[in-house]
Design a protein around this ligand. Structure first.
Ligand code: ZN
Length: 296
C-alpha cells in the first residue's frame, strides 16, 4: 500500500495538474510580436517562447547556450528573417534534427532599409551589423497585411504538425485574419486624409512597411544602422526643420541621445513607440495615434 501511494505521488508529480501542458507543441519564435501571432493561431495547443526579450536589440542579438539547449526540445521554430536566425538555424539542424523550421517571411516582398535621402553611399563598405544579410528591411511584423501572410504560414505548419487539432487552428486562423483586416481598415482610416504632411522622423527605421501601407514616409536618424556623425546630425536637423517635423520617435531598445539632440534643436519632442510590444494589435493602434498626432 505504502508503495502504491509513493508511485501515485510520483505519477502526479510527473504530470502537471493541467494535463494539457505535456501535450503542447513547444513553439519558438524570434521576436515577441510573433508570439502574439503564434498564440492566436495555436491557442491552448502551443507553448510559445520568444528568443529575444522586450529590451533586446534584435539586430545584434546572439542566442545564449541555455537557449540552444531549450531549442533541442522544441517542436516548431517560426523564423521571420531577422539577423541571428541565419547562423542559429544552421546550428539547430544538428542540435534538433526533428525541429520543424518554418520561414514565415516566405513569399513576402521585402523593401530596402530606409536611409536618409541626402546620405551618400560611401559608407557602404563599413555598413553596420544592423542590417539583414541581404540589406532588406526585416520589420515585416509591423504591417497587418504582412502579418496575415506570417499567420498563414503558422497555421499551415500547425495543421501539418498536429492534424488532430486542425479544426481549432482553422477557427483561430480565421479569427486572426478577421482581426488583422479590421485593424488594417482602422489604421487606414486614421491616415486617410494626411495628404502631403506625411513625414515622421524616427531613430531606428522599424516602420518601413507600416509607412508604406498607410502612405507615410519615415526619416531615420540612424544611418546604416549606426548613430549619425555630427555632420549628419546637423543635416538631419535641417531636414527636420525644412519638413516641419516636431517629434522624433525612439524605441526602448535604443539610446534616445541623438534623438534628444535633434528634438532640442527643433524645439520638438521625443516620443517612444515600441516595435516589439507583446500586444501586437493594440500596440499598432497606439503607435498609429502617436504618428497621426505628430503629423498635425
Ligand atoms: Zn529594427
Amino acid at each position: 500500500m505504502k508503495r502504491l501511494i509513493i508511485m501515485m505521488c510520483l505519477i502526479f508529480a510527473a504530470y502537471p495538474v493541467n494535463g494539457n501542458t505535456s501535450e503542447k507543441i513547444q513553439v519558438f519564435v524570434s521576436i515577441i510580436p510573433q508570439a502574439y501571432l503564434a498564440e492566436k493561431i495555436g491557442g491552448n495547443h502551443v507553448s510559445v517562447t520568444s528568443m529575444t526579450g522586450a529590451g533586446a536589440d534584435v539586430h545584434t542579438f546572439e542566442p545564449k547556450p541555455r537557449q540552444m539547449t531549450e531549442l533541442s526540445k522544441a517542436g516548431i521554430y517560426f523564423a521571420i528573417g531577422v539577423e541571428f536566425e541565419h547562423a542559429m538555424l544552421g546550428r539547430l539542424a544538428s542540435v534538433n534534427p526533428s525541429l520543424l523550421v518554418v520561414h514565415t517571411d516566405s513569399g513576402i516582398q521585402k523593401i530596402p532599409m530606409a536611409e536618409h535621402e541626402h546620405h551618400g553611399h560611401s559608407d557602404h563598405k563599413d555598413s553596420g551589423d544592423h542590417k539583414d544579410h541581404d540589406g532588406t528591411d526585416p520589420h515585416i511584423w509591423l504591417s497587418p497585411k504582412l502579418a496575415k501572410i506570417q499567420a498563414e504560414a503558422m497555421f499551415k505548419a500547425l495543421v501539418s504538425a498536429d492534424p488532430n487539432h486542425k479544426a481549432a487552428y482553422e477557427a483561430n486562423y480565421a479569427a486572426f485574419i478577421k482581426e488583422a483586416d479590421a485593424l488594417d481598415a482602422e489604421l487606414g482610416n486614421i491616415f486617410s486624409n494626411i495628404g502631403k504632411n506625411n513625414k515622421f522622423m524616427v531613430f531606428h527605421p522599424s516602420w518601413g512597411y507600416f509607412a508604406k501601407d498607410y502612405g507615410l514616409e519615415q526619416i531615420p536618424v540612424e544611418i546604416e544602422g549606426k548613430e549619425p556623425k555630427p555632420a549628419q546630425l546637423t543635416e538631419l536637423i535641417n531636414h527636420a526643420k525644412a519638413d516641419g517635423i516636431r517629434v522624433i520617435f525612439v524605441q526602448p531598445q535604443f539610446s534616445p541621445k541623438n534623438a534628444e539632440v535633434i528634438s532640442k534643436s527643433i524645439n520638438g519632442q521625443v516620443i517612444s513607440v515600441d516595435p516589439l510590444a507583446k500586444d501586437w494589435a493594440d500596440n499598432l493602434r497606439q503607435v498609429a495615434q502617436k504618428f497621426k498626432a505628430a503629423l498635425k
